[in-house]
Design a protein. Sequence first.
Length: 100
Amino acid sequence: MATMTEKETIKTLTTHYIDGAFVESHGREVMDIVKPTNGQVIARVTLADEEDARRAIAAARRAFASFGRATKEDRARILRRLHEVVSARIDNLTPAMVEE
């Protein structure tokens, strides 16, 4: 496995996006994310466990109660807003996706 240079740091991700917020993982299992081009570990992520899944499922059920009744126009507006937010961060997202 390749080693990290002094300038590079391994990213550590310990949260999940649940119910509109980043929350600390209940899970404790950690997985290395490896850059396939050189075998270098570029990040460590804490995996979700059953409790995290339960929280996410409960949040999805709550969201579906209102989103399921949303009109086509409302859904289109939400998707346009999502596109705006992602597009505004393209300079950060592109290098992350390429590295991954």
